[in-house]
Design a protein around this ligand. Structure first.
Ligand code: ZN
Length: 240
């Protein structure tokens, strides 16, 4: 089975459509949360994922848009975007988001947004944090998002091996445990503004990362029309 793994789409339908095109052919779509927030098309993104029968989990922005998180935990721009999203999304979007768990297991994979220790908030940015999280899930692999940066941390006996995957890079899935991040579809933050995602092939046992160009200008003009914060509009171009 070929699975398109997406995270942090953040209401960016233009990027999502390009990524789904680029990752063809696939048999399933998994998503790792933060479907909404920041971007201008939350309803359309949720409808598209629903049409793909995407399996996945909720992120902090999804929970906040449902009114389930204290907005004081967000910075000003993020909070403005959450409030805009919450005030706008359709009941069907709300219901679909509300049905997402914080964590799910699919075969050898655990899916969470932030980390298995703290699916809502923890960022796996460092080897120290990664090490603590290997004890917090029981499958072989853990798929995470939240940082908007593609990353692998593999556990080789007691040693941690990090890898920062770029476009076309692959990881062979063997019996070593690994925490794996596809990067962000809708708002990459590693300095490369192209959308980031990956395909997991469970027959070949390989993961491949892909970077996909999309029309950033189209999304920015929609964000301007929606009066979303200027800093959020500018950062798409920088990929930061
Ligand atoms: Zn996010």
């Amino acid at each position: 089975m070929r699975i398109a793994v997406l995270s942090d789409i953040h209401g960016n339908l233009v990027a999502l459509e390009e990524v789904l095109d680029a990752l063809q052919p696939y048999d399933a779509v998994w998503q790792l949360g933060d479907i909404v927030g920041y971007g201008p098309q939350p309803d359309e993104v949720v409808a598209r994922l629903a049409s793909e029968k995407a399996l996945g989990v909720r992120g902090n922005h999804d929970a906040a848009a449902l009114g389930e998180l204290d907005l004081d935990a967000f910075n000003d721009d993020a909070r403005t975007a959450v409030e805009w999203t919450a005030s706008r999304i359709l009941p069907a979007t709300r219901a679909w988001l509300a049905g997402l768990p914080q964590r799910r297991e699919e075969g050898q994979f655990t899916l969470v947004h932030g980390s298995p220790r703290d699916p809502t908030w923890e960022y796996i940015f460092s080897l120290g944090i990664a090490r603590l999280n290997f004890a917090a899930y029981s499958t072989r692999y853990c798929l995470v998002g939240h940082t908007h940066v593609p990353l692998v941390v593999r556990l080789d006996r007691a040693r941690l091996e990090p890898m920062l995957p770029d476009d076309g890079d692959t990881l062979v899935l063997d019996d070593r445990r690994a925490i794996i991040n596809p990067g962000s579809v809708g708002q990459p933050r590693d300095g490369d503004p192209r959308a980031s995602a990956m395909v997991v092939d469970t027959e070949q046992n390989v993961v491949e990362w892909r970077r996909v160009e999309y029309s950033i200008g189209d999304v920015q003009s929609q964000m301007r029309d929606a009066r979303l914060p200027p800093r959020l509009i500018a950062r798409l171009q920088a990929g930061l």
